[in-house]
Design a protein around this ligand. Structure first.
Ligand code: SAH
Ligand code: SF4
Ligand code: F3S
Length: 471
């Protein structure tokens, strides 16, 4: 969710005459968008750059969710300016583009504060990148595009995709109408919009044809997805459970995940899909934020602790081995010690396989920023530490529970050590094991022999070359 990843662009290298480097911050939506930006830029002759050094175009795909995330952009532009100046001294030109949620939120202000920036492009305007690049290159002046038309964005993006492994993101829903009082997403990503089922299924088939084995359906509120039904299905709309059943029928797709969901949008169809669709992985990332009903109300979350626990119980009834994951915020304005204890109690009641937890960060323009009872930093620190200790304890226990089991692992790449491969368990755990490169992209049974905080170690059953045998 808050992963930061370097994503060197890919494209038809043969025809590439220029190089683009894209740095991605924030959530999976941004990771997906970065891939799509590469797709848009490839026909313009932009191929991958492994580093920003010497690149013709550097794109910072930014995140606005917490204050720290936003600050990063300006310090990064400062670093890039040195590379840009160095390139200019050599007679070359490096363009700097700021994309993503900071671009949407701050717009032209970015170019005023950081004149080294040539382009600002919001999340709904990536299809206009070629035009912006041309404008910026011509005028060596500014180019700004933060219009808000999601429909146009998806319609105008190229049909082909460059894959970076057997697991592919597929964005099905953007924006959010929930207006949690702490959150900037409704302002940076705009109103909720679902892509139609036809477009989603076409993209799924294309991904499968290019070798994807796993599809991760993405949305800020993915379980609110309600897309137009396929033309052959007549009028009306589908829900996410229906879409998942259909994606499962796409040849070659063996695993489906979806992220991220809101507790207010869990419906019967989705519970049923978890019970009935074997391709749907037993993992649910369902942010709860707090275990205190008082705080949840102030957050405008539209669920309480009891309704969250009910969802977990129903999910476990539908799919007993499901792993629960969540997001938490500590130190929301007005949060008392008692409220925090309610959060700890909810965590104990659920038992999470993994979780993200954050100190509340005051975001200008959101209702919570103006609330009374802002919590002192040292209190937030102490609560975060206590919460993370408990969550880590649960994560370690969950990982340990797989030792001795044989689990199907989707092999996604090479491990750190020679001869080692890396993959994902159904419960989204990283698994490393010794095995040949030829397993890349396959789903193989691995006997789990050890578990750590963040990964599992396994062995291929019957593999004598691995040395130690699985128990
Ligand atoms: N609906 C999306 C939300 C994306 S934001 C989702 O559920 O994934 C991801 C997480 O960031 C939120 O779940 C929340 O825990 C955290 N977050 C959002 N705004 C925040 C803020 N102002 N301060 C601290 N954490 C925040
Ligand atoms: Fe933000 Fe709430 Fe919407 Fe999630 S549901 S994106 S936390 S406003
Ligand atoms: Fe960040 Fe925007 Fe995602 S604010 S979390 S990149 S939707």
């Amino acid at each position: 969710m808050t992963a930061t990843s370097d994503s060197p662009a890919s494209g038809p290298a043969a025809s590439a005459t220029k190089r683009v480097f894209i740095q991605t911050y924030g959530c999976q939506m941004n990771v997906y968008d970065s891939e799509r930006m590469k797709d848009v830029l490839a026909p313009l002759g932009y191929g991958p750059a492994e580093t920003p050094d010497g690149a013709d175009l550097v794109v910072l795909n930014t995140c606005h969710i917490r204050e720290k995330a936003t600050e990063k952009v300006y310090s990064e532009v400062g670093r890039l300016k040195k590379l840009k100046d160095a390139k200019a001294a050599d007679g070359g030109k490096m363009m700097i583009a700021v994309a993503g949620c900071v671009a949407q939120a701050e717009g032209a202000e970015i170019m005023r504060r950081a004149p080294a920036v040539d382009m600002v492009v919001g999340p709904q305007a990536y299809h206009k990148l070629p035009e912006l690049v041309a404008r910026a290159a011509r005028a060596s002046g500014e180019a700004l595009e933060t219009s808000f038309d999601v429909v146009e964005k998806f319609d105008a993006l190229p049909a082909s995709r460059q894959l970076e492994g057997p697991s592919a993101f597929l964005s099905v829903q953007e924006g959010c109408d929930k207006f949690c009082t702490f959150c900037v997403v409704p302002y940076t990503r705009g109103a909720e919009h679902s892509r139609g089922a036809d477009a989603v299924l076409a993209e799924a088939r294309m991904l499968a044809a290019q070798g994807a084995r796993e599809i991760v359906l993405l949305g800020q509120n993915v379980n609110a997805w309600h897309g137009a039904a396929p033309a052959i299905d007549g009028a009306g709309s589908w829900d996410l459970g229906r879409l998942i059943r259909q994606v499962a029928l796409v040849g070659g797709i063996d695993r489906i995940r979806y992220t991220t969901s809101h507790p207010g949008d869990m419906d019967d169809s989705l519970f049923e899909a978890h019970g009935a669709v074997p391709e749907l992985m037993p993992y649910l990332h369902l942010p709860v934020q707090s275990g205190s009903d008082r705080v949840l109300k102030a957050m405008n979350r539209k669920h309480d602790a009891t309704s969250y626990l009910d969802i977990v119980a129903r999910m476990r009834a539908a799919r007993p081995d499901i792993a629960m994951a969540s997001d938490f915020i500590v130190g929301f304005p007005g949060e008392t010690e008692r409220d925090f204890e309610d959060t700890m109690a909810l965590v104990r009641a659920v038992g999470f396989a993994s979780a993200y937890s954050f100190k509340y960060s005051r975001r200008p323009g959101t209702p919570a920023a103006e609330m009374l009872g802002q919590v002192p930093e040292e209190v937030k620190d102490a609560r975060l530490q206590a919460l993370q200790a408990l969550l880590m304890e649960q994560q370690v226990a969950f990982n340990a529970s797989k030792v001795g089991a044989t689990v199907p692992v989707l092999v996604t790449g090479k491990g750190r050590h020679p001869g080692q491969m890396l993959g994902k368990s159904p419960w989204l755990q990283s698994v490393h094991f010794d095995g040949p490169d030829s397993l890349m992209g396959q789903i193989v049974d691995v006997a789990i022999v050890a578990a750590g905080r963040n990964s599992l170690t396994g062995e291929l059953p019957g593999d004598l070359s691995g040395g130690r045998k699985a128990a």
